[in-house]
Design a protein around this ligand. Sequence first.
Ligand code: ATP
Ligand code: MG
Length: 139
Amino acid sequence: VQRTLALIKPDAMQDHREEILEEIRGGGFSVSRLKEEVLSREAAEELYRDHRDQPFFGPLVDFMCGGPCLVLVLTKENAVEEWRAMMGPADPTDARETAPGTLRARFSSDILHNSVHGSSSEQHATDQIHLLFGDVSSD
Ligand code: ATP
Ligand code: MG
């Protein structure tokens, strides 16, 4: 089995948190870690380090630490890819056209405020789990 780091982003915490958690469990993921947290600026910058040269980096970091997130470690066979498939494309306009059943198609308002995060590779998952939960090797 594989692990991935998932976030329910601040825009979805108020209205869609329970529905997203139901989808996660219904999709066959095990939730092995879960915490509600306002990300530090440092953590948000590290999480999105690959985007640091993008024009949306500042707004992205502001958004991500502007309210509580739900931080989760999800476990499942092929978890990285399966969770990204459940999220759908980053831009909800695109998601509503090409992947209407996905979380972003259903719950997101725009490409910045897009409800959920998922690590994009196994290495990123390992790094991001370590960033947000520290050492989980005994799990
Ligand atoms: P995430 O990394 O959050 O799981 P993703 O891998 O689908 O999403 P990335 O390309 O890694 O998408 O972009 C990271 C995040 O940056 C997006 O989820 C979105 O919140 C934000 N973002 C991406 N592109 C834009 C853009 N053009 N304008 C504003 N925000 C953007
Ligand atoms: Mg990404």
